[in-house]
Design a protein around this ligand. Structure first.
Ligand SMILES: *Cc1c(COP(=O)(O)O)cnc(C)c1O
Length: 345
């Protein structure tokens, strides 16, 4: 247990931020009512309503897979389908959980250039078949910021949601890295969600500095009907709920969620800047959030691994480097220097 130097494989390699930790400690005083009927959970939900400037319905789940899957299940019937990007987490990293929790709603994938859905692509998939033999499109899910580190501008979101409305589709947002998107765009949470027609947001806590936990926010109250039962049935109702909700109070009460998102983004910019002039290394996507995707020759990737760096290459063979709330600039510089070194070999 001695090699715990910072890595860039994922933003969930990081630990718990001080604000979340302090709130959990504060919640660990005396007794509180169970199953979400406690003061911390009420307080966290109020913080969300204040932050989003609206009276949304707030639920908590243990992880993003559950949050996304249950939210999508709430938006459709088993014979419906969900339109998503081919690279989306719901498609590639949730082991069929969206289909499982919805009792069979099929995911219809769309190819994207930069991880982002377009109105044309949505329209094409939604209108491809309208006969009884095909699962009826009912939901669009998009990821903000995306799996490839890009962000949707508010105008893009507004256009997508207009397309959804026109086609009778609900709009779900996977916000595992929502804080990075807010920081990147300088937009308020409201401007990136309900004000542009998002029905449900899964707001990620884990990658934002919490130990565990995601919040599910319904801006459309009707869609939240019986969602508490859905969470309970799926094993997502924490009996000591205050330990899932208190860290949110810590993150939200003084803006730590946004500062950490901005810090992670800043570190990604730093990395991209430091390697920009290294011959043979190509940025695969614009760096708009906390991820840097580099196309590098295979021997260089191996050499980098040989120097002890951990990272994934699951997107088109590109090396993915994710920065997190606690990434040290010095560590970014070390990584950049090693990338330069292995490319010089
Ligand atoms: C990390 C992540 C999630 C959540 O994943 P869990 O491991 O289930 O918590 C969801 N969506 C995206 C885009 C992610 O990167």
């Amino acid at each position: 247990m001695n090699n715990n130097s910072q890595q860039f494989a994922s933003d969930n390699y990081s630990g718990i931020c001080p604000e979340a930790w302090a709130a959990m400690q504060a919640a660990n005083q005396g007794h509180q009512r169970a199953y979400g009927d406690d003061e911390w959970t009420a307080c966290a939900a109020d913080h969300f309503r204040r932050l989003f400037e609206t009276d949304c319905e707030v639920f908590f789940a243990f992880n993003g897979t559950a949050a996304n899957s249950l939210a999508l299940a709430a938006l459709c019937q088993s014979y419906h389908s969900v339109i998503c990007a081919e690279s989306s987490h719901v498609e590639t990293d949730e082991c069929g959980a969206p289909e499982f929790f919805s009792n069979g709603s099929k995911l219809l994938t769309v190819k994207t250039e930069d991880g982002k859905l377009s109105s044309d692509a949505i329209r094409e998939v939604a209108l491809k078949r309208q006969d009884i033999h095909y699962p009826k499109p009912r939901v669009v899910t998009l990821t903000q910021s995306t799996e490839v580190g890009t962000v949707y501008q508010p105008g893009e979101l507004a256009r997508l949601s207009a397309t959804c409305r026109e086609l009778g589709l609900h709009l779900h947002m996977d916000g595992a890295r929502f804080s990075n998107a807010c920081a990147s765009l300088g937009c308020t949470p409201a401007e990136l969600t309900w004000k542009v027609g998002v029905d449900v947001l899964c707001f990620g806590g884990t990658k934002n500095g919490m130990a565990v936990g995601e919040a599910i926010l319904f801006f459309n109250h009707e869609l939240a009907e019986d969602f508490d039962y859905r969470c309970k049935q799926a094993g997502q109702l924490a009996s000591k709920m205050r330990f899932l909700s208190a860290p949110w109070v810590g993150l939200l009460e003084n803006g730590a969620w946004l500062r950490y998102g901005a810090h992670a983004n800043h570190c990604a910019q730093l990395l991209a800047g430091l390697i920009a002039d290294v011959p043979g290394v190509e940025l695969m996507f614009p760096v708009q959030a906390n991820g840097v995707f580099l196309q590098m020759p295979e021997p260089a990737i191996e050499a980098l691994r040989g120097r002890g760096w951990r990272f994934y290459t699951f997107i088109g063979g590109a090396a993915r480097f994710m920065c997190s709330w606690d990434t040290e600039e010095q560590r970014v510089r070390e990584l950049a220097a090693d990338i330069r070194a292995v490319m010089a070999c």
